[in-house]
Design a protein around this ligand. Sequence first.
Ligand code: SF4
Length: 303
Amino acid sequence: MTDLRDGPIRVQAKGFSWSTARERHYEFCPRAYFYQYYATSGGFEKYSAARQLYRLKHLKTVPFWLKSLLGECIRDWFYDAASDVPIERILRRLFSWRFRKGIKSLSLQEWREDSKKLNLFEHYYDHKDLGDLLEEVTDSLTRSINNLFSSGLISQLEKVIQVDKIIFNPPLETNLGNLKIWFAPDLIWRESGKVNFLNILIEEKNELNADSIMLHRLYAMNQLKISPENVQSFGFLPSTGLYYLFDENSLNISKCIDKVTQSSSKLFELHSASEELQEENFYKKSGKCNSCRFQEFCKNRNI
Ligand code: SF4
């Protein structure tokens, strides 16, 4: 159970695992990394500090919400049995249904009762009017959907037969030696003897980098028993409609493994220092506090 007093948060150190998202959080700010991954682990009591952190850690930015919406709708359609209804109509219905569900949840502020319900960073911290914000989101979503249909992604996916669709629940787990690693692709399917991973990107092309695609290859090798040369990684950037195959030639596996090893060792040191993880050991790296989801909790904390 997370310590609920006003003093420094203490959490029992449990198993260690790594992901590119963890590395990014740590680089952003070690204290934010602690709040995101550890401060609420093991549960909490109502009205506690940990409850506040739990609520904040689920804040989503608008681009992340759009990425999630697209991913969920594409998965809903992709894994469903074939139907006679035109694909574009099915997908547009799914987008509209999930989008309206999100708006309803936001308007009712369901996140106040259930922290996992949608709450937008831009509304919570920047106090953007919800109506104006949703108008912007509607425009972005419409653009993203149109980009999706003209990108070539859907026409490629519609040819995939049911038996070649690999069903999974993100995030996925794989390992590098004894190190447990998490990653979250949006789709996986087989095609012409290859296994394909799709990543829907949030804001820029370089989110799909060599480290992420090395994880696709590790997973294919460890869990699917497929050799790395039969793995392909695709990226889709909704804001521009860019849909592309990651260039294999820029992949240097041993360099990626070194990077993961160094990053995981750095993060693991914070675990091995003591039986429990201590808030103050994760230093505050201010500078980007205005874009941090934990600013409300952190700003008045003298720890
Ligand atoms: S508010 Fe600033 S110092 Fe605090 S966790 Fe966030 S980025 Fe780190």
